[in-house]
Design a protein around this ligand. Sequence first.
Ligand SMILES: *[C@@H]1O[C@H](CO)[C@@H](O)[C@H](O)[C@H]1NC(C)=O
Length: 201
Amino acid sequence: MEASLAFCILAALLATGACLQCEVCFGLGVSCRGDLQTCAAGEDSCGVALTESTLAGIKTHSILKGCMPLSQCKASPVSVNFGQGMRTQTSFACCLGDTCRTSTITVPPANTTLNGRHCPACVAVFTDQCSEKTTQCTGDETRCVNIVETLTTGGNPVQMVMKGCASESVCAQIKLGSGTFAGISADLTTAKCTAASPRWR
Ligand SMILES: *[C@@H]1O[C@H](CO)[C@@H](O)[C@H](O)[C@H]1NC(C)=O
């Protein structure tokens, strides 16, 4: 943050272009409020990501706002299906300045038509392993994902594993490594994407 601020002042002095600031926040529900933060190099837009999670028929929303590469906030909605009635749908929107505070974003309904592919699926927390069950992929979910990550908020690291069917765009976005977002640091130790196999007979 301080380093990027120093970089911004330098950039301003050298007139190499404006430094972007975005509102950064994460919260349950469809809106959140946060402070402005200066974006790092390579993050050329502010963006909003709204996730709809379905668990046993109950839908909950979470929202994340912050600096993003333009390619990410322009991405089409992504869908991940963890089997056993657990799925998430995420929509993205790019925004600048005040529009980030006021923009409304919606998540399109999940396409639940089976597409003939399947993936091993399961989710577990406090571990890097879970017992897989084959789940049928739907809509545009043509990939299988296998993600192991450690999330840290306020000093308590929580390891989790997530496997399931995913749309192609998910694979374009997950990558190994660490990042911090709105006070939550995520460390992805496994991020695999493979083609979902066609259903066996
Ligand atoms: C839903 O997914 C199926 C299977 O991939 C596809 O054929 C269909 O066009 C999709 N429907 C919509 C409304 O996108």
